[in-house]
Design a protein around this ligand. Structure first.
Ligand SMILES: Cc1cc2nc3c(=O)[nH]c(=O)nc-3n(C[C@H](O)[C@H](O)[C@H](O)COP(=O)(O)OP(=O)(O)OC[C@H]3O[C@@H](n4cnc5c(N)ncnc54)[C@H](O)[C@@H]3O)c2cc1C
Length: 350
């Protein structure tokens, strides 16, 4: 007999992780499948960034936030598979069959798509030989602030991520120069002002045209930057180069012909704020779900997840209550509350 789940969540970013928690809360037999080895989705790209905009949560580092999300996702013991990419989904009567890249089949009554923008990879510098510096001082994400202390840094890029990094690193770095190929930065104006106030130098219409290595050819020592308007070329000594040119998304998940879900912008699925898509039994949450007024932020992923799981619950059990009971009277919480309270008020041994 196949092991059939009530819901299979595809994607283990914030939307998928919170969906796993919430569907446990709603008593659904849950499986989560994530293609990367690590859970956390895009937040893994900014482990040292302070996240300020999660309601009621003090500023928290991305890495710490992921740990908390994963811990919460596991509260009701869902089955979690990592390093497992979903390639294809087909429908057979009332059942979905999920094909993963390792050749396994998974069976589920419903699907919750939480695949974000797909499998995400940073857009790389196209300069010849650039890849050999990736193990040294060419970075596509900022994994550890420590590395940038007292360094001369060039950041290539003009979007929110580039300027956020400039602001975050400015108290630690010796100098930061942001170069951007267009006339005007595309980041949020308040963050640009913050960067300027912090002493970040900004040069628009400028691109990196050459990376020049140190004597033993292990790291970049100079970069050549060219201004497209003045045609001036400057060779700068640098310690670290951060490239923030956006991301490529691999939209690798496919459906059989019987499953049609309208898309927006070629990739994002059109659906409702309730998490429903045009395909009965397939729901969506987080960045992948598009509806009027949608903003792609962490807080939105949680609301989407709760809505989608509640829709799944009532899809499977039409008489079920519309939303989950989160008060401490819920039997699922009673025992866990007791354990937490006992630990908090345990007598301190001298
Ligand atoms: C640099 C940066 C900084 C940001 N800062 C903030 C901030 O300060 N505040 C804020 O609110 N938001 C911020 N965001 C946005 C926030 O990170 C996203 O809105 C959020 O991560 C979306 O979560 P998600 O779960 O929908 O998608 P994702 O985080 O993209 O997760 C999707 C997951 O699905 C997996 N997946 C995709 N396809 C498959 C497949 N076929 N099979 C199995 N798994 C698959 C992916 O590997 C990924 O782990 C930032 C984003 C970036 C890039």
């Amino acid at each position: 007999m196949q092991n059939i789940y009530d819901v299979t969540i595809i994607g283990g970013g914030p939307a998928g992780l919170y969906s796993a928690f919430y569907s446990g809360l709603r008593g659904l037999k849950t499986k989560l499948i994530e293609s990367q080895q690590e859970l956390g989705g895009k937040v893994l790209l900014y482990p040292e960034k302070l996240i300020w905009d999660v309601g009621g949560h003090p500023p928290v580092l991305g890495g710490q936030f992921v740990k908390q999300l994963v811990e919460q996702a596991k509260v009701f013991d869902p089955t979690i598979l990592t390093g497992t990419k979903v390639d294809f989904v087909e429908r057979q009567d009332d059942l979905f069959i999920i094909h993963t890249a390792d050749g396994s089949l998974h069976y589920s009554k419903t699907i919750l798509l939480a695949v974000g923008g797909g499998i995400i990879n940073p857009q790389k510098l196209t300069l010849e030989g650039a890849e050999k510096y990736e193990m040294a001082n060419l970075h596509y994400t900022v994994q550890s602030y420590q590395r940038f202390v007292n360094k001369d840094i060039i950041i290539s890029g003009g979007g929110n991520a580039a300027i956020d990094w400039a602001v975050e690193l400015s108290p630690l770095a010796k100098s930061i120069t942001v170069i951007y190929r267009k006339e005007k930065l595309s980041a949020h104006e308040a963050t640009i002002q913050e960067a300027i106030n912090a002493g970040v130098k900004i040069e628009c219409n400028t691109t990196i045209t050459k990376l020049i290595s140190n004597a033993d050819k292990t790291a970049i020592q100079f970069v050549t930057c060219e201004n497209a308007i003045t045609k001036e070329s400057i060779v700068r000594p640098i310690d670290e180069v951060i490239v923030s040119h956006g991301y490529n998304y691999e939209a690798s998940l496919e459906f059989d012909q019987a499953i049609a879900i309208p898309k927006k912008d070629d990739y994002y699925f059109e659906g409702k704020a309730t998490g429903e898509t045009a395909q009965p039994g397939i729901f969506a949450a987080g960045d992948i779900l598009s509806f009027e007024g949608k903003v792609n932020l962490l807080i939105g992923t949680f609301q989407d997840a709760a809505n989608a799981v509640n829709s799944i619950k009532t899809y499977l059990e039409p008489d079920a209550y519309r939303y989950g009971m989160v008060s401490s009277h819920n039997d699922l919480f009673k025992e866990k509350n007791r354990a937490i309270i006992e630990e908090r008020f345990a007598p301190v041994e001298n």
